[in-house]
Design a protein around this ligand. Structure first.
Ligand SMILES: NC(=O)c1ccc[n+]([C@@H]2O[C@H](COP(=O)([O-])OP(=O)(O)OC[C@H]3O[C@@H](n4cnc5c(N)ncnc54)[C@H](O)[C@@H]3O)[C@@H](O)[C@H]2O)c1
Length: 347
């Protein structure tokens, strides 16, 4: 069997813990190279993960290695450039979330993948949980009737990341909305079947991140805190439904972290993590489905990567594709615009 050649761009923590870790479990593929910004860290990454060659220049890597599959694990602001380069080199691509910084970039990424007939997938891994799979099945079976109110939460009480460039607006494109809010947005939209959006209205705050300097995710410099620390938005769908998104790096809430989605339908409601489906009978709560524990995050990542590799091998499986990545990026852009301008934005 000729193995598909894999290259990884951006040798950081997600590349190592998720992408390299998964590719090593598949006999149909082999990682041939890693590209990272600094030679030392690229070499160390290659050594730790048994990867034969490392580069600091992606163009040189494409010319020498001719990979079939590429994982883009660089910081957000490089996703567009790196995905386009990989697609133009004829590769199938798995890109970390968020797809890009601007919706125009995500649109070009989607169109280039379509034009070149390549797989483009984004690592929105939460939708691959057994929990999301169960709820999607039940939506398709009509268990809920019309789902008309949804609440997606990606909240941290004091979780400003103390590493990388998460507080730098230019590098990241924003704060919690583009970093963690996108995860619960994708999970919610996936369960709903990606309904069309009519308009969005939002408000954001910067109240804590620019004053405090230490939290559960390490220390940061408040004088360099440039992004929102909490974000609240309403997304109205063309079918009349409403999705509320709440997301924060820092917000005075009771829990240290909440990553969940609640769905309210005519006949039943559900929460995503763990998947529970419930209804009411004469004032009493009736549990229709009750997963005692949510699928662990590592399983979700594994299934997301597995779907991508299977798709590259020609199987007809679901991935978080270029079109859905474009929709998420349009939503993020419209939500930020609404919050900046103080008006609703129609899509
Ligand atoms: N799916 C998830 O749950 C999840 C979790 C964490 C991170 N991510 C995403 O993964 C991406 C990377 O995050 P991370 O936490 O691994 O960050 P990281 O800082 O650990 O790794 C980024 C790596 O990219 C390298 N790099 C920087 N500029 C580069 C360039 N121009 N060319 C090549 N390499 C470059 C850096 O040297 C570093 O090794 C981000 O987009 C982030 O949003 C996704």
């Amino acid at each position: 069997m000729v193995k598909k050649k894999v290259a990884i761009i951006g040798g950081g923590q997600i590349a190592e813990n998720v992408h390299a870790a998964y590719y090593k479990t598949r006999e149909e593929v082999e990682i041939v190279a890693v590209v990272s910004r600094h030679a030392d860290s690229a070499r160390n990454f290659a050594e730790r993960n048994g990867i034969p060659r490392y580069y600091t220049d992606a163009a040189e890597m494409y010319a020498r290695e001719n990979p079939d599959i590429v994982s883009i694990c660089s910081p957000n602001r490089f996703h567009f450039e790196h995905v386009m380069q990989a697609l133009e080199a004829g590769c199938d691509v798995m890109c970390e979330k968020p797809p890009a910084i601007k919706s125009e970039e995500a649109r070009m990424m989607m169109e280039t993948a379509e034009k070149n007939n390549r797989v483009l997938a984004y690592n929105f891994h939460h939708r691959f949980s057994d929990d999301a799979t169960l709820l999607r099945e039940k939506v398709n079976e009509g268990v809920f009737g019309d789902i008309y109110v949804v609440k997606a939460q990606a909240l941290r009480r004091s979780g400003v990341p103390g590493w990388g460039s998460f507080t730098n607006k230019e590098a990241q494109g924003g704060g919690p909305l583009i970093d963690i809010g996108v995860h619960m947005l994708d999970a919610a939209l996936y369960v709903l079947g990606y309904p069309e959006v009519e308009k969005v209205t939002a408000k954001m705050f910067q109240k804590i991140g620019n004053k405090k300097s230490k939290g559960t995710f390490g220390e940061w410099d408040p004088s360099k805190y440039e992004v929102e620390d909490s974000f609240f938005g309403f997304i109205e769908f063309k079918d009349g439904g409403l999705l509320q998104i709440e997301t924060s790096f820092a917000l005075n809430i009771k829990e240290s972290s909440i990553m969940n989605v609640e769905f309210c339908g005519e006949r039943a409601g559900a929460s995503l993590f763990p998947a529970q489906i419930y209804t009411d009978h004469e004032g009493e709560l009736v549990l229709l489905e009750n997963r005692p524990e949510a699928d662990p995050s590592s399983n979700r990542h594994q299934k997301s990567m597995a779907a991508f590799v299977d798709k590259c091998l020609g199987k007809n499986v679901m991935v978080a594709d270029g079109k859905q990545g474009y929709i998420i990026q349009q939503l993020v852009e419209a939500l930020y615009l609404s919050a900046e301008k103080g008006v609703s934005i129609s899509l």
